[in-house]
Each structure stands twice: as C-alpha cells, then as structure tokens.
Design a protein around this ligand. Sequence first.
Ligand code: MN3
Length: 202
Amino acid sequence: MAFNLPDLPYSFDALEPHIDAMTMEIHHDRHHAAYTNNLNAAIAGTGLEGQSIEEIMKGLDMNNMAVRNNGGGFYNHCLFWEVMSPAGGGQPGGALGEAINSAFGDFNTFKDTFSKAGATRFGSGWAWLCVHSGGKVDVCSSPNQDNPLMPGVGCGGTPILGLDVWEHAYYLKYQNKRPDYISAFWNVINWDEVAARYDQGK
Ligand code: MN3
C-alpha cells in the first residue's frame, strides 16, 4: 500500500493574508507531493511497506536517510495542514489549555517559547508542541524533516502542533523575515484539531 498525498482541508487562498495562496499551492502540490512520491519509492519492496506512517517514524533507522527525510516530510506536512484553519487563532481551552498553563505558566509564555523554538532553528526544520503519556506538554524543535516520533529527536512524545520553518513555507511573502511568518501563524492555528490530538495522545 502506497501513501497518498492528502487534499488540503481548505482552499489554497483560505489562510490569506497570513499565508499566501501561491506558497500554499507550491508547498502542497510540489513539496509535499515530492516527499510522498519519494517515500513510496523508498519503502517499495521493503519491510516498511504496509506499516502506518507513525509506525515507520517510531521504528526508524536514523541512517535510512531516504525514509528519514521523505517519511518525515510526508508525516510532518500531513499534520501541518490539519492544525491550520481559516477559522483558526485564539487560545485553547479545556484540558489542553490547562496543560499549557501547567507547563509554561500562561498562554503567552508558551507562545513565546514556541515562537522562539521556530525562530532560532538554524537553517531548515520545525517547531513542535508535544504531548507525553499522562498529559504533560513541552516544546522543542528539530532539523530538516525530523520529528519527535523518530528515535532520539527533540522532546519525544507525540507532536500535536507543528510549524514548518523551512524557507519554502514563507519566503514568497515574508522573504528573510521568519519571525513575521511565525507571528502570523498564530492567527491560523486550529486549536480544536490540536486539542483533539492532545486528547488522543495523552
Ligand atoms: Mn514544508
């Protein structure tokens, strides 16, 4: 069974003005498509075929660069599209809101910590909010297409919010101003989706 590129859950221009339509189209139709195709090629005929993407990530041989880069790219972008929405923004309530307050003191401290994780990631990578069994959350970042499901990467746990800080995610609109892109991201976060992932992962 091959992996399929998922459709975006909204139109290319749905996240305007925070993330522009051309960036979304290229990011999904070319970058994510390439990771998907290259992942399928990398696992074809191997024992990884038939495993879920989560199983592949958790059991990954970190020396298998084709699966590490393209499997990571496939998984990370699937999560990324889902945790954004044109109706996004605001703050989470409920159990996730309480877990964030418990870990960081308040939402704004969490926001600063997550933003800094993305802003200070040198080169290409991701910022993550992860949940651990028991419900504790923490923030980390990872290089390239690595993610915290992979052995020894970042804070471990299950990613429930991810921010792509590769230049391909923002350069057309923001050029070198990665912090402006990160600020804009807070307007499109789909907290209902992140909360659902929190409840499932805790
Ligand atoms: Mn990307």
